[in-house]
Design a binder for this molecule. Sequence first.
Ligand SMILES: Nc1ncnc2c1ncn2[C@@H]1O[C@H](COP(=O)(O)OP(=O)(O)OP(=O)(O)O)[C@@H](O)[C@H]1O
Length: 209
Amino acid sequence: MLRVEGLVVALQGRRVLHGISLAVAPGEVVAIEGPSGAGKTTLLRAIAGLVPAEAGRIVAPETALVFQQHALARRLSARDNVLVGALGRIGFWRPALRLWPVAERAEAMACLARVGLGALAGQRADRLSGGQRQRAAVARALMQRAPLLLADEPVASLDPENAAAVLALLRDLASHGGRSVLVALHQPELARRYADRRLRLEEGRLCRR
Ligand SMILES: Nc1ncnc2c1ncn2[C@@H]1O[C@H](COP(=O)(O)OP(=O)(O)OP(=O)(O)O)[C@@H](O)[C@H]1O
């Protein structure tokens, strides 16, 4: 369960979020819509602990982020990129020596299969298509085993078919994986189709729809 109460965030001395309150239950997909500059990215970053809050309270379980620019290591294979999601629990020295535990390797393959990339596990990230990269980023988030997934415009650069595939995947992770999903989306038709609830952010404030 994610709970945000009265969140205020300032960036370089200017308030960009003015008292945001929201909750996302396990199994639920909540979309945040709003014009460019409304504060969607800042809200997700604050929930992830990447931006400090000036006031308010955030109660969040362990969190995985799917970034706007999927942020994969270009020279690593899809599988190794997904394994990076496990670094938090297995530490850095074994991967540095390329000694990934067998169980983690198997889990990475399962995560890739879950996003439909099982056959491309050995492909370098910079040789994947945009849609495949975004799905690899979701697989890496899965590998983190976090109950909360935050996705910032995860389909902004994708064609309609790939966009639908990625959102269907996030939907499934909520419905069948019990995760809470909070996703910033520009396209209202996609939000209608894949989200349980839609919130609208304007100039750093949530508006009633
Ligand atoms: N690093 C920063 N320093 C100062 N101000 C910033 C910084 N990042 C963003 N802002 C400002 O904060 C406000 C919210 O930006 P944010 O990126 O959260 O909006 P957004 O809704 O995600 O926009 P978009 O849809 O274009 O991604 C904007 O006015 C922006 O100019």
